[in-house]
Design a protein around this ligand. Structure first.
Ligand SMILES: [Zn+2]
Length: 290
């Protein structure tokens, strides 16, 4: 019987695995004697498959895992050291509004077009803004003193300094809001308000809204595909108010918006890294336990 190569090749795997009957084996054996092509295929089938990834590869994987764990630990430790130090630096150099107190500032003279005020040593610097009422043409000088822990630590004995303005406004007001103090002139009927730099307050509010939105979305969709992206967004949103708290405390007023914002963002990025790494470590611990 002259079997075609096609039929023999269908049988080859069975013979190679020793699953074929005696008759098929004999048939295939006879064909292989006379057909080098089929013999070649048979030899290939007989040779054992390449050995599974050897132990060297497994070792490499373990080493990689150890490296990753070590890197995570080092990063976590670095962030845990950096954040409090950075917060301490930011807080101690922060410009904090000095609320009105008795005798904090006094108008010494208002002559020859120059206004001179004496300032208590508790104040490190003064922000001033001259506002003109468009209707009456009256001018109001708004003053806000600030101080910093850094400055206080370096001021042994507070001295009175002086602050001069090269024009004499109709009135001088210290502070803002409820705690405004009229230093000279008539009270304004229009109710002039210093516009403190409140942008940080708005950013804080926006970030808290984002925390609520992404937090809720993550909770609702934590079993879904988008969960990890939502978690990263939630952590990012959360790190802004935490960064604000670390850099500014409960204060939202800023005397230097670029400085404050940059500091808050640096702290927020560190907090975000801490949250992401911490979460990854927690998940791995949980997986190892399971
Ligand atoms: Zn053949």
């Amino acid at each position: 019987m002259n079997m075609s190569c096609g039929v023999i090749r269908d049988l080859l795997p069975l013979v190679a695995e020793d699953l074929a009957g005696e008759e098929s084996k004999a048939l295939v054996g006879a064909h292989l004697e006379s057909c080098p092509d089929c013999r070649k295929i048979y030899e290939e089938l007989k040779t054992p498959p390449a050995p599974a990834p050897d132990s060297a590869e497994a070792l490499r994987a373990v080493k990689k895992e150890i490296r990753r764990k070590r890197l995570t630990a080092v990063l976590l430790a670095a962030l845990l050291v950096f954040l409090p130090l950075f917060a301490l630096f930011a807080r101690s150099t922060d410009m904090v509004a000095v609320p009105w107190e008795m005798d904090l500032m006094r108008v010494e003279s208002a002559e020859n077009g120059t206004l001179t005020l004496s300032v208590d040593g508790r104040v490190s610097g003064i922000e001033s803004e001259l506002c003109t009422d468009p209707d009456s043409g009256e001018t109001t000088l708004l003053l806000q003193g600030w101080s910093s822990a850094w400055h206080d630590a370096h001021t042994l004995a507070p001295e009175r300094g002086s602050f001069t303005v090269s024009s004499v406004p109709d009135r001088v007001i210290y502070g803002f809001g409820e705690k405004q103090k009229l230093l000279c002139g008539e009270p304004s009927d229009g109710g002039v308000q210093v516009l403190p730099r409140l942008a940080l307050g708005y950013y804080l509010l926006i970030s808290l809204v984002a925390v609520a939105v992404f937090g809720t979305l993550w909770l609702c969709l934590r079993k879904k595909k988008a969960a990890s992206a939502l978690r990263a967004l939630f952590f990012a949103a959360l790190s802004y108010p935490v960064g604000h708290l670390l850099v500014k405390g409960a204060q939202t007023m800023s005397f230097s918006l670029p400085r404050d914002l940059a500091f808050i963002l640096i702290a927020a990025v560190a907090v975000w890294g801490l949250l992401m790494l911490g979460w990854a470590v927690l998940q791995r611990k949980r997986a190892e336990k399971a």
